[in-house]
Design a protein around this ligand. Sequence first.
Ligand SMILES: NC(=O)c1ccc[n+]([C@@H]2O[C@H](COP(=O)([O-])OP(=O)(O)OC[C@H]3O[C@@H](n4cnc5c(N)ncnc54)[C@H](O)[C@@H]3O)[C@@H](O)[C@H]2O)c1
Ligand SMILES: [Zn+2]
Length: 405
Amino acid sequence: MARFTLPRDLYHGKGALEALKSFEGRKAMICVGGGSMKRFGFLDRAKQYLEEAGMEVQLFEGIEPDPSVETVMKGAEAMAAFEPDWIIAMGGGSPIDAAKAMWIKYEYPDITFEDMCKVFGIPKLRKKAQFCAISSTSGTATEVTAFSIITDYQKGVKYPIADFEITPDVAIVDPDLAETMPQKLVAHTGMDAMTHAVEAYVSTANCDFTDPLALHAIKMIQSDLVASYNGDMTRRASMHNAQCLAGMAFSNALLGIVHSMAHKTGAAFADHGAHIIHGAANAMYLPKVIAYNAKDETAKKRYGEIADFMKLGGGTPEEKVELLIAYLRKMNDDLNIPHCIKNYGADSYPAEQGFVPEEVFLQRLPEIAANALLDACTGSNPRQPDQEEMEKLLKCCYYDTEVDF
Ligand SMILES: NC(=O)c1ccc[n+]([C@@H]2O[C@H](COP(=O)([O-])OP(=O)(O)OC[C@H]3O[C@@H](n4cnc5c(N)ncnc54)[C@H](O)[C@@H]3O)[C@@H](O)[C@H]2O)c1
Ligand SMILES: [Zn+2]
C-alpha cells in the first residue's frame, strides 16, 4: 500500500493571501524569516487578515536561512507560552520548515530533535494547532510537503524530518509574494524545483499519482524559469505554481541522491565562508547524478521520457539522457550557476577559484559521502551507491568531470 497526501486546501492565484480572512480560530502565531515579508508589507497584511477573522495574533520573527535546531526550540517555547491554535508560516523554505519543526515540539514538548528525525516517526499532530504555509520563494514547495530541513550546526549537517503529519493543513500559493525575489533566489529556488520534479519522476517510489505532477512541473519550469529570472512577472507567477506541483510530486514520490548530497554538503564548508545554497547545490549535482543513475535501465528509460516530454529530440535512450543533461547544464549557464563546487564562488556565482579549497574538500570527502548515504533521500534513488561510488560522484561534482561508472 502507498499513501498520497496533500494539504486539505490550497488557495492560489493573485491575492490568495486574503484567504486568511476566512480562517476560524482563537490565536494565530505567524512565523517569518529575517525581514523580507515585513519589508514588502505581506506580514502586516497577513496579521490584519487574521485579526479581521477575529484572532489574536503574535509574531515569531527572525528565523534564519537554513534554520538551526536552537531556533526550532526557541520557537516551540514561544508557542508553548502563547498557545496558538493556528500556526501560520510565511516566507521561503527556511521559516516554513522551522515552523513545522516548532509545531512538532509544541505538540510534544518532550520530543527530542533526534526523535523528530526518525523517518515517518512523528506522532499525531493537530491536538493543539493547525498549520498554514504561505510560500514566498518558488522552489522548496514546503507549503505542500511532508518535509522539513533543519541544520545541526555543531555537526555541520542538514537533517530532513519526513512525515505526512507535517504536511500543512492549508497552503497559500500567492504569486504576489514571489514578485520581490531577487534574481539569484529565482535561479536557485527554480533549479531546486526542477530537481524535485526530476528526482520524483525517477524515484523508486514514483506512481501514477505523482508522475503527471512531476512531468507537468518539468514542462512549466522548462518554459518559464529563465524568463522569470530575467524579470518576466507572468512567467514568475507560473513558476510559483510549477514549483508547487513539483512539491506535490516529490512529497509523495520522495527524492534521490541529488538531495542527499545537497543536504550533506550544504553546511559542510560553512567554516570556509561557503554555505552551498540548497538550490545551487542541486543545480550542480543533478546532471552528474542523471549520468550515474542512467546506468540503471529503468531510470534511463524514465529520463528518456522526461527528455521526450521536453521535446529535446534524440533517437536512442542514451542520446535522450545526453540531451537532458546538456539542457540542464545550459539552464545553469543561463541562470549564472556554476557547474561544480570548485567553481562555486562569492555570492554563489561561477568563479575560477571557488570557496571550497581542494584539500579541505578531499579531507572531508569520506565523511560527507558516508553522511549522504545515510540521508533519508538515498533510499528512493533508482541506483544505490556504495561508499566508493558516492565519493567518486562527489568528486565529479567538485571537479566537473565526467561520470563514467
Ligand atoms: N521542506 C522541504 O520540502 C524542502 C525542500 C527543499 C528545500 N528545503 C529547505 O528550504 C531551505 C531553502 O529555502 P528557500 O530556498 O525557499 O530560501 P530561504 O527561505 O532560505 O530564503 C532565502 C533568503 O531569501 C529571502 N526571501 C524569501 N522570500 C523572498 C521574497 N519573496 N523576496 C525577497 N526576499 C525573499 C529570505 O529573507 C532569505 O534571506 C533550505 O534549508 C532547504 O534545505 C526544504
Ligand atoms: Zn530541494
